[in-house]
Design a protein. Structure first.
Length: 301
């Protein structure tokens, strides 16, 4: 995926680009959840929280160096992949779900970045997106869709719904496009450079039979298990939906003044239309820009 015409915003979002403060580090340490497996460095969250002031002092020096050099430690670029069986034939890789164990100090740094960015970038996203966002839920989207269907039946109006679920969505994001999109949304270059460096040369080892396999490079997608990944992923999905519905009339007439082109929950999308022809146009446009192979389920009322 390398879509054209993704230009950087003329003005950066109001995101702090000064070096991290001790107050921010202290807050980020407290926000990391306990009871999670440590990454390759074997440092659990509980160890960092056992003496937050000492941890803050040590991380302050490290984070300041990262900020100045725009490079993260190599230890943060390795993950240990744990296989969780789903169902079916367990001799097939697709019947496992992978959880990647990453460095907890690295997660503290990413939490700090997320704290700085989330509000400013969230304000740029479509209202239709409810995934990974504060005070939004899948239940809200289901309730809204049900109301739309019930009103369509009551008013005897045509309604077409195309349910889209992107296959292996997190793993399929093109990183070169992602960096362009972050600048397109106004994320300062300093922060984009640091995030991009955290992906340069990342590798994983698979935990199998109590042992680790040889390392292999991970060249596509956003990191599974990283605090920034949902935020990064939403930026891509948001751009796809905005671009695919940017021209002409799309969606359904929700009120006299407002149209609704769809309802999103992360990578699960429901496109809405009053006509089959317009639904085909919207679906084809979205597919041409998609981050991975979409799976469709269509409904008609």
């Amino acid at each position: 995926m390398n879509p054209p015409n993704i230009e950087a915003a003329h003005i950066d979002l109001p995101i702090d680009v000064n070096p991290p403060t001790t107050e921010e580090i202290r807050m980020a340490v407290r926000q990391i959840k306990n009871g999670k497996a440590a990454g390759p460095d074997n440092i659990p969250a509980e160890a960092l929280k056992s003496d937050i002031e000492a941890t803050t002092s040590m991380l302050y020096l490290l984070f300041k160096k990262i900020w100045e050099e725009e490079q993260v430690p190599m230890d943060w670029k390795e993950g240990h992949l744990v296989k969780i069986p789903k169902k079916g034939d367990l001799s097939k890789c697709e019947n496992y779900r992978g959880i990647t164990l990453l460095s907890i100090p690295g997660k503290v740094f990413n939490r700090l970045l997320l704290n700085r960015m989330k509000d400013a970038v969230d304000a740029q996203l479509r209202d239709q997106q409810a995934g990974f966002r504060k005070d939004r839920s899948c239940t809200d989207q289901i309730a809204t869709l049900r109301i739309i269907v019930e009103q369509s039946v009551e008013w005897n109006s045509s309604l077409y719904i195309n349910f889209i679920d992107y296959e292996k969505a997190f793993d399929s994001v093109d990183r070169k496009t992602l960096w362009k999109l972050l600048r397109h949304y106004g994320v300062p270059e300093k922060i984009v450079n640091i995030i991009r460096n955290s992906y340069d040369g990342i590798q994983c080892k698979v935990m199998h039979g109590g042992k680790l396999t040889d390392a292999f490079q991970v060249r596509t997608g956003v990191k599974q298990g990283c605090l920034l990944s949902p935020f990064l992923f939403l930026s891509v999905v948001d751009w796809i939906m905005k671009t695919s519905t940017s021209e002409g009339k799309h969606g359904i007439q929700l009120t006299a003044q407002n149209q609704l082109d769809g309802l999103d929950f992360a990578d699960d999308l429901a496109l809405l239309s009053h006509t089959h022809e317009q639904m085909q146009i919207d679906s084809q446009c979205g597919s041409s820009l998609c981050i991975s192979r979409p799976q469709y389920t269509q409904g008609e009322n």
